[in-house]
Design a protein around this ligand. Structure first.
Ligand code: NAD
Ligand code: MG
Length: 390
């Protein structure tokens, strides 16, 4: 039977990889719905290729886009805005939702998918950073399945016992003999450069990742290692472990995608060539062990990569702090991409936001409205921090 898939964030880098895989197996997968936000020409081309039943675009673009599709003889239904994304994410006709929107914008639709029990392939790590508890509770209550597409988390998932992999209620419980998780990091484009060189980095230098080609925001996050910080928080929620049970190791070759250290001292690692499509049988390059020279493992420098330290600090402080850190980082990265601040200002802004925006811990019953309210406060105050610098 074909699986009907909704791809949210279809015009992005994860969207590209996902749709390449789906296109290669048309008898297994039907692309039922797509969403896009910025590059609507690209979304239009995807509609021509996949003829989805439903498409979501920004509210202001609904009429134009519907008109354009109609003129081309494509009868996809066009919906708009956050409500449109939620509508697509919860459509009873789909089995699987690929959550590949970048940033906080992906949270409402991802959570909505969990609340109707979908199988979610999660790339949107920010959803877990902001709302880990709410998300995992929703997954458990509504018997959804949450599988990480992030290569590190997917690697860890693959290194867990098979019985746990097959029982989606157990993945998010830390009772499987795990002593520690080891997230590998490439170290990004500035690993071999000084802090001063990093300070002078242009946008083009910062988004040039050594091993992967990705969207702009995650590329900047990789340069500051905020990405690994967000992944650390993501892993805490996905695998129900405190932050001190998750180590980060820089492994510049990106061949080991991550590791699980078990209580008996053994390590299980997942290896592969650095290609985002490896996780699903997709015809990506096989790993040639004989062509590898050495594999290196380096401890991260937390002064140069302060964002990683801030992520641990936020995780210890609680959800309100991880929401603030995520929001501040999104604002700061956008300001860097706009040429308003330096790359190294991102960590300073994130740290100031964490210190200045002191909010009481969220209570047990906090829901998405409470989370989005904190997100809004944090964005507003971070805008002011950016303005001070510019
Ligand atoms: P991208 O910038 O290439 O694509 C982002 C997608 O989100 C696009 O389709 C865009 O139209 C959509 N989008 C952006 N803003 C939106 C908004 N306000 N409302 C609705 N849609 C919006 O990003 P990406 O690199 O594909 O990353 C997507 C997510 O996957 C991120 O959370 C990232 O951390 C995660 N991720 C990416 C990779 C990778 O290889 N690119 C790897 C692991 C995890
Ligand atoms: Mg990753």
């Amino acid at each position: 039977m074909t699986q009907r898939i909704a791809v949210l964030g279809a015009t992005g880098s994860i969207g590209d990889s996902t749709l390449a895989i789906l296109a290669a197996q048309p008898h297994t997968y039907e692309v039922y719905a797509l969403s896009g936000y910025h590059r609507l020409d690209k979304l239009f081309a995807l509609c021509q290729q996949f003829l989805p039943k439903r498409v979501s675009v920004p509210t202001s673009a609904v009429d134009d886009f519907a008109h354009r599709l109609k003129a081309a003889g494509i009868d996809s239904e066009v919906v708009g805005g956050e409500a449109g994304l939620v509508d697509i994410a919860t459509d009873s006709q789909t089995d699987t939702v690929v959550a590949a929107i970048v940033g906080a914008a992906g949270l409402p639709s991802t959570l909505a998918a969990a609340r109707v029990g979908k199988r979610i392939l999660l790339a949107n790590k920010e959803a877990l950073v902001m709302a880990g508890k709410v998300m995992i509770d929703a997954v458990k209550t509504h018997k959804a399945t949450l599988l990480p597409l992030d290569s590190e988390h997917n690697a860890i998932f693959q290194c867990l016992p098979l019985a746990i992999q097959q029982d989606n209620t157990q993945i998010h419980q830390s009772n499987h003999g795990v002593r520690k998780l080891w997230l590998t990091a490439s170290g990004g484009p500035f690993l071999q450069q000084s802090f001063e060189q990093m300070q002078q980095a242009s946008v083009a230098e910062a988004v040039k990742h050594p091993n992967w080609s990705m969207g702009q925001k995650i590329s900047v996050d990789s340069a500051t290692m905020m990405n690994k910080g967000l992944e650390l928080i993501e892993a805490c929620h996905l695998f129900d472990l405190p932050e001190d049970k998750i180590n980060v190791v820089i492994h510049p070759q990106s061949i080991i995608h991550s590791m699980v250290e078990y209580s008996d001292g053994s390590f299980l690692a997942q290896l592969g060539s650095p290609d985002m499509k490896t996780r699903i049988d997709s015809g990506s390059q096989p790993l040639d062990l004989f062509a590898l020279s050495g594999l290196e493992f380096i401890e991260p420098d937390l002064q140069k990569f302060a964002c990683l330290r801030l992520a641990r600090q936020a995780m210890q402080a609680g959800t309100q702090a991880t929401i603030v850190l995520n929001a501040a980082n999104e604002i700061a990265v956008a300001a860097f991409l706009d040429g308003k601040i330096r790359l190294t200002d991102i960590a300073d802004i994130n740290e100031q936001a964490l210190n200045d925006i002191q909010l009481p811990p969220l209570n047990e019953t906090a829901d998405i409205e409470d989370i989005l309210a904190i997100d809004k406060i944090a964005r507003h105050l971070t805008d002011k921090l950016v303005a001070k610098l510019t």
